[in-house]
Design a protein around this ligand. Structure first.
Ligand SMILES: [Zn+2]
Ligand SMILES: [Zn+2]
Length: 167
């Protein structure tokens, strides 16, 4: 969505609220498309003593896959966004400022970027997910799988030696 701010550009104290939905279901994030649910965006842009301040949040429920047990799970995500908007840069160094295009702010781009930057690269269904058994692939969250615990190769050699002696 493009938000028209021409009305408040020169009106200190004035503000323009916004609320809309974004569809980012095609957004690729490391080979997955986690944003299957719509993104709810809301907030306002206020002219504070001549500077345009945007405050808003993007909220959604992500569809993720656990890195350890590969199970699908959902996770709430809420990203607060605040930034300054301006028609032109007074100071080239300041890249915190988002430029307006013809008095309009491209909120889709702004909130999509904020969401991507806030996304975790690691996803765990729970902090103490036990993952899958490296031998049989069973989900260890559902209980032990019955595989013998991994034996240290040095101990295995010793065990073989002892076996021979008892033969
Ligand atoms: Zn898991
Ligand atoms: Zn196992």
């Amino acid at each position: 969505m493009r938000l028209n701010l021409r009305e408040i550009l020169h009106q200190p104290g004035a503000s323009v609220p916004f609320a809309f939905q974004m569809d980012l279901s095609d957004l690729d994030f490391y080979g997955e498309c986690p944003a299957q649910a719509p993104i709810q965006v809301s907030g306002a842009v206020r002219n504070t003593a001549g500077a345009l301040e945007l405050q808003g949040t993007a909220e959604t429920t992500l569809s993720l896959r656990c890195d350890r047990c590969l199970k699908s799970f959902r996770q709430e995500m809420k990203v607060p966004v605040s930034c300054l908007l301006a028609e032109r840069l007074e100071d080239e160094e300041n890249d915190e400022i988002v430029l307006l295009d013809n008095g309009e702010a491209d909120l889709d781009e702004l909130f999509t970027t904020a969401l991507v930057l806030a996304m975790d690269t690691k996803h765990l269904c729970s902090e103490d997910c036990k993952g899958l058994c490296p031998r049989c692939g069973a989900d260890l969250n559902e209980g032990p799988c019955g595989c013998k615990p991994e034996v240290d190769p040095r101990l295995a050699a010793l065990a073989q030696l002892l076996d021979k002696e008892t033969e």
